[in-house]
Design a protein around this ligand. Structure first.
Ligand SMILES: *[C@@H]1O[C@H](CO)[C@@H](O)[C@H](O)[C@H]1NC(C)=O
Ligand SMILES: *[C@@H]1O[C@H](CO)[C@@H](O)[C@H](O)[C@H]1NC(C)=O
Ligand SMILES: *[C@@H]1O[C@H](CO)[C@@H](O)[C@H](O)[C@H]1NC(C)=O
Ligand SMILES: *[C@@H]1O[C@H](CO)[C@@H](O)[C@H](O)[C@H]1NC(C)=O
Ligand SMILES: *[C@@H]1O[C@H](CO)[C@@H](O)[C@H](O)[C@H]1NC(C)=O
Length: 411
């Protein structure tokens, strides 16, 4: 009797809360054997309360939950996985998960996070190992919030982080520096065009970096330095719209030599048309449109420069010479006339003497007009000499003949 009363008392004492905790929340399916609670696509507006204590995995996906706060999850020591994907969560308040001291896996993918409290992700003891934020950030404000939350969250134990599909256009330097043990970082399906120095600083245990399906047209020297710093890890760079012009040759050279394990088969040119879908690995500088190797080009350039300089100097000297000539044009003219006359005189003198020697009639004329011999040393012979001595100015044979008769005509 007494024993029965004690059992009844104990039964009421233990079975009441126990039966309560074995009851599955409204809109959920509970699987004690697999320690799983599923509340999927039930239009739930809040996180269901009274989740059974045996639960290790809680799936609350495809509902209309807008807000996660410190009251959303009560203490559940056995919960290690929570999947909250595909809800409409816009706000995560401070210490939303801090009652879940063994939470290792948190999936917040496919949400619209706009407000993330700096301590939204902090859980005493830093148990979290994997965080999925794929397709979950609504805009850039959410990204800056997230960066603060990653810093303040005490996520030193995080090993995997998925930030894919968030329209990320840039990664602020040092963004991951408070995640020193991160091993897998997924940044696929964003809008990244560049990686700046310091982006991956402080990540000393990274094993996989996924940058596929972004907007890289090339990978800059800074970015290559940053990637090389990560060592021989797996780096996925495929499915980006690479432009295979000469500027990408540094990236190709890096692909040729890097110790990183790159998905080279997927790293292909998107443009220009002629190289479209060609693997970047192994492309030569000529195929990339670099006309001459950089060193020869430089040599060629200095040679060209010296030729151009020489040409300029010569041109300048020529111009100065012409200018001087121009300034002296009157003097030059006089000089040219003097020269011409001097030449003429010399030639005429020669002819004259020659013809005096050869033609006996001319000997006579010279006797008649003796001044002709004198005149041929003067400047203007036509003025100084009498008309009958025109012979001096016209040295050709026919004229000589004409002139030999002229004294007769005139006389
Ligand atoms: C957590 O799991 C352990 C072992 O399965 C169990 O003994 C314990 O009662 C569970 N905790 C709760 C709150 O149910
Ligand atoms: C994160 O969630 C998305 C969508 O639910 C899924 O496709 C992806 O595989 C998850 N990421 C990881 C690393 O498991
Ligand atoms: C981001 O979204 C939130 C809420 O939708 C809004 O309040 C905020 O102004 C947005 N920020 C930017 C930069 O668009
Ligand atoms: C990339 O994200 C867009 C939306 O942001 C989505 O529609 C698309 O399916 C995603 N692609 C991949 C390969 O995940
Ligand atoms: C990459 O390596 C190939 C041979 O493996 C070589 O022909 C090519 O010139 C290299 N490309 C660059 C940009 O160094």
């Amino acid at each position: 009797m007494c024993v029965f009363a004690v059992w009844l008392f104990l039964g009421v004492l233990f079975c009441a809360p126990c039966s309560q905790c074995l009851v599955c929340p409204f809109g959920c399916e509970c699987f004690a054997a697999s320690h799983t609670v599923k509340c999927v696509s039930k239009d739930l507006l809040t996180v269901p309360q009274s989740i059974p204590g045996y639960a290790k995995t809680v799936i609350i996906a495809g509902n209309n939950i807008l807000h996660i706060g410190p009251d959303s999850f009560v203490e559940l020591e056995n919960v290690s996985n929570i999947i909250l994907s595909n809800n409409r969560i816009t706000e995560m308040a401070s210490h939303s998960f801090s009652a879940l001291s063994n939470l290792r896996f948190l999936d917040l993918s496919e949400n619209h996070l706009a407000l993330i409290h700096p301590e939204a992700l902090s859980i005493p003891g830093s148990p979290l190992q994997e965080l999925n934020l794929s397709h979950s950030l609504s805009n850039f404000t959410a990204l800056t919030d997230l960066i603060t939350a990653l810093r303040w969250g005490g996520l030193g134990g995080l090993l995997r982080l998925d930030l894919s599909g968030n329209h990320l256009a840039l990664l602020p330097p040092g963004m991951f520096s408070h995640l020193p043990n991160l091993q897998h970082l997924f940044l696929t399906n964003n809008s990244l065009k560049a990686v700046y120095s310091g982006t991956f600083s402080g990540m000393n245990h990274l094993q996989v970096l996924d940058l596929t399906h972004n907007a890289f047209t090339t990978v800059s020297a800074d970015a290559l330095e940053e990637l090389e710093m990560l060592g021989n890890i797996r780096i996925l760079l495929g499915d980006n719209p690479y432009t295979c012009s000469c500027e990408i040759s540094h990236f190709v050279a890096w692909l040729n030599e890097s110790r990183a394990q790159v998905d080279v088969d997927a790293v292909r040119c998107a443009s220009p048309g002629g190289l479209s879908d060609t693997r970047l690995l192994g492309l030569g500088v000529h195929a990339l449109g670099c006309v001459v190797p950089v060193q020869e080009e430089a040599d060629d350039l200095t040679l060209q420069t010296s030729y151009v300089l020489l040409g300029l100097v010569l041109g300048l000297v020529g111009m100065v010479f012409l200018f001087v000539l121009y300034l002296n044009r009157k003097g030059m003219k006089t000089w040219i006339i003097e020269m011409r006359d001097a030449c003429r005189d010399v030639l005429e003198g020669y002819h004259y003497r020659f013809e005096l020697d050869s033609d006996p009639r001319l000997g006579q004329i010279s006797k008649d007009g003796g001044s002709g011999v004198r005149g041929h040393s003067g400047l203007d012979t036509s003025q100084q000499l009498p008309s009958d001595t025109y012979i001096v100015q016209l040295p050709t044979d026919t004229q000589v003949k004409q002139l030999t008769t002229s004294p007769h005509v005139k006389l």
